[in-house]
Design a protein around this ligand. Structure first.
Ligand SMILES: C[S@@+](CC[C@H](N)C(=O)[O-])C[C@H]1O[C@@H](n2cnc3c(N)ncnc32)[C@H](O)[C@@H]1O
Length: 276
């Protein structure tokens, strides 16, 4: 779909401290990435980096980085983009217009209501859009099975099976297939002390168990995973844990240093290329 442009040597297992466009234009070869997992600004105006002058400016910028990022995907690569449900409705249409294939609208139930809405329901979810660049994409459904909900029925079925359409069905010992509503406590919620929110080193870290689910499902060991809005480094750390290669980027120097510091906890793993 895209032309291979670049002849420069690309560094793997390295993170950069650049603007997203400098990173995508100068550090990543086209059609080189198996999986993009990214959690960009949402224009919620919670921080300077999350504030745009207008909705138009926000979407122009968002669509521009998406256009660059998808050039980096291999044929049959996958892309997951976090955002609010409202913004995701527009991002979905943009991805469809670029010829990517819609797979899932994942609703992440954060187990942490944001609070004080009195004229509408409180926002306790984020959206993760899952698209692929082809139909022969990796999807390791067995690696992300989740526990069955009705334990007594399943215990019964495990012994005797349940008759379904004339055949006896036995539950999978590793759990059921993963659906598209995900329940993971937000990092903010996990780190509360006596119910009180703590000031975290990054404003919006994602829970690593959620990122690991995406990486397990949509990549294989030694594949290359990219996140160009790395924040505190969650995607890179998850890749390191799961034996995937990564390439990442974060503009804010303080967050970049935080991600580097967290990655250094894995220093014994010589794969990582420290520095910028
Ligand atoms: C929602 S946060 C990502 C948090 C991350 N998922 C984590 O677990 O820590 C988005 C990040 O994008 C970074 N960012 C904002 N504008 C950027 C730009 N133009 N280029 C690169 N990074 C940018 C922000 O500094 C912020 O850390």
């Amino acid at each position: 779909m895209y032309q291979k442009n670049s002849t420069f040597k690309m560094n793997k297992n390295k993170i950069y401290n650049l603007d997203v466009f400098d990173f995508l234009n100068n550090k990543v070869s086209n059609e080189s990435v198996d999986l993009i997992v990214t959690d960009p600004p949402y224009n919620l105006k919670k921080a300077e980096w999350d504030t745009f002058k207008s909705e138009k400016e926000f979407f122009d910028w968002t669509f521009a980085w998406i256009d660059k990022a998808i050039e980096k995907l291999k044929k049959n690569g996958s892309i997951y983009i976090f955002n609010t449900p409202y913004n995701s409705a527009f991002i979905l249409q943009h991805l469809v217009s670029k010829g990517l294939i819609f797979q899932n609208w994942i609703t992440w139930d954060k187990r942490d209501g944001l609070g004080s809405a009195k004229r509408k329901y409180s926002n306790g979810q984020e959206t993760i859009l899952f698209f692929t660049n082809g139909k022969q994409h990796t999807f390791n459904y067995n690696d992300i099975r989740v526990p069955y909900e009705s334990s007594s029925r399943i215990a019964h079925a495990a012994k005797k099976g349940i008759l379904k359409n004339g055949k006896r069905w036995f539950p999978n010992p590793n759990g059921r297939l993963c659906g598209e509503v995900w329940h993971f406590s937000s990092q903010r919620h996990k780190e509360k002390i006596n119910g009180k929110t703590q000031k975290l080193p990054h404003l919006t870290p994602k829970p690593i168990d959620l990122i690991e689910r995406i990486i397990k499902a949509s990549s294989n060991e030694n594949d290359l995973v990219m996140d160009m809005f790395l924040g505190s480094g969650t995607t890179a750390i998850a890749c390191n844990k799961l034996n995937r290669n990564f390439i990442g980027n974060e503009l804010n120097k303080e967050y970049f240093n935080l991600a580097l510091q967290k990655l250094k906890e894995y220093e014994r793993d010589t794969k990582i290329n420290f520095g910028n």
